[in-house]
Ligand binder design. Sequence first.
Ligand code: CP
Length: 334
Amino acid sequence: MKTDLLNTIGMSRENIEGLLESALRFKHGDDVSKPLAGKSVALVFFNPSLRTRASMQVGIYELGGNAVVLEPGGTSWTLEYREGAMMDADKTEHVAEFVRVLERYCVALGVRTFAPLKTWQEERTDPVLNAFARYASVPIINLESAMHHPCQSLADMLTIREKLGAGRKRVVLTWAWHPKPLPMAVPNSFALAAAQMGHDLLIAHPPGYELDEELMDTSRKLADDSGGSLEITNDIEAAFSGAEVIYAKSWGGKEFYGNSEQETITRARYRRKWIVDEEKMARTNDAIFMHCLPVRRNVIVTDGVIDSAASVVIDEAENRLHVQKAVMAQLLGE
Ligand code: CP
């Protein structure tokens, strides 16, 4: 029976902590095993990437394996994912064949497929990623889908633990203004993992930028089970008080999916207020500043904050490499 990493929903806290321990062993050179020796892993990118692509390629190499990088519509054929589709338009190959061919060469497939931000009810089901998982008999690793970015959230949890030690922390996930709507995979996965790790999570966003209701209910329950908490506020000024972690991210409002022009107009009012700056950071309990990157300087966060000692964004990016090695060693090792 294959195991996928599509999100962290089904993972126990012990499982996550085990992955973080494994990641630290890789990071500190205490684990130099090569569980991918003689094996290849396909990395399928429908969208651009710096960190995910580079860290996966390097991680596969360091585990003794070979990465096969494919970009549907670029370096490989355009792909259809819908079952029963009449393929008489612009799509050349179906995921059914794409996956079944690749798994004759590769022991796993990593997939990056962003939300197009067109149809909320459809995209919240992660249709493209789930098509890969449905057709594949080898593990699928989510490299950021419409709804989840588990490799990022695991690296985030590792970074919090490294910087602040193990145990419950006061964590704030804050929405930030950005000139255009962005997917919500990163905040979803961060909220979920922070809840699973038993942190006290406060999510700050303007009205209309609620994350997925079902996922928030799940996260709240997981937080309760882990001894943590999950609260939501529309007050960014109050949110920073006493925080030990500030995690900034912008995302699009569900009601604006398919209407990005209207959203751009609506969100303009939040530009000056919803930014992480020195004044807000001064109200925290010496919080670290986190962002998944790429980040727009002086839009999401000021130069003064991202260049300060509080900023851990580069260590956070480095930790992608170590947690992904831990994930691949667990999923693909003998
Ligand atoms: N954080 C992250 O996934 O970065 P990339 O989009 O560059 O891969």
